[in-house]
Design a protein around this ligand. Sequence first.
Ligand code: 5AD
Ligand code: FES
Length: 374
Amino acid sequence: MKKILPNLNNKLPLSDAHHNKMIQLLDTLKETTHLKPDEFLYILDHITQVEKEYLFSLAKATKNTYYQNRVYLRALIEISNYCKQGCKYCGINHTIETVERYRLSKTDILKTCETAYLLGYRTFVIQGGEDAYYTDELLVDLIHIIKHIYPDTRITLSLGERPKASLQKLFDAGVDRYLLRHETASKRLYEHIHPAFMSFEHRRQVLTNLKEIGYQVGAGFMVGLPTQTNKDLVKDLDYLKDLSPHMIGIGPYLCHSQTELAGNQSGSLDETLVMVALTRLILPKALLPATTALGTLHNTGREQALNAGANVMMPNVSPTENRKQYEIYQNKICTGDTSLECRGCIETRIKAFDHEIDLGVGDFYDLERTKNDR
Ligand code: 5AD
Ligand code: FES
């Protein structure tokens, strides 16, 4: 049967053959959630502005099927900017001497959780550099206290690569989710943007471990990294399809002038939105944050991501006095704001783009239906 192709804003495509192929690929992806690597590459190499808008509308429709126009909010607590790792893109890696280091104590974190809870948040995302101060013992104790005071919440950790036994202990203590971006699924590129002591295979092993243990797992990657090609980005899509994580953080690479990668170009808004939309189509039920890096790149970057398939936002609730110190990239938004200000700001922004905030715990679609009482 011949398909009637959409007439996109009456704008004439440069080539009908190209346009027909592109629309067919996008429709097939929406229907089947699969494409071959060379088909993804064709999309990335050739997609026009009009076709991007079509892709975004498909991604938004897929999101609406499962999550409607609801946006889950997570309270982001940045607990420490000490980090033993050396990611060459990151403004708080251990080699950067100009960074004023801080870490939050257990009491500080509990106070921040209280603020977050009172603002309505029901997920606490505890994120930090790889800082040995946070032993299993300290974290297990912290998690027990949080879950005791706030049983109706979810805890997400984002503390880098930890041994499997440690991740198991934290899970057993009550942690629900873990975020660890794979950063890039290209081994060549991974090794280009990390020091030799960091291992591509090890990072992926940790993600596999997290899945085996039973976490809701978050992977993710950066777009526009120095020397990154469309082929590299296709690898990200393939890897994600394989791993099938519950959450996927996608943000533009933002060049930081104090890092080894200083002087490179940052990623672009459009390319990042295309990757968000394609990810929504390959993993329709995924929780996809509209990332802070997108909001830093463009005033409405996060909101545009909502219109390209994203369904989560992670407002900062870190103590305002520490926010500037957690400068993984420069000009990061919200560093001068209070948690109350961000809470109001985010709601206004979400509503302005015809979405609604959802203050539920916001589990992955399938889990919400089977494991609501965990
Ligand atoms: N630009 C964009 N994203 C960055 N991250 C770290 N540094 C940068 C940067 N300069 C991302 C990484 C990391 C997450 C916490 O932030 O993907 O996993
Ligand atoms: Fe923090 Fe807008 S979300 S100021």
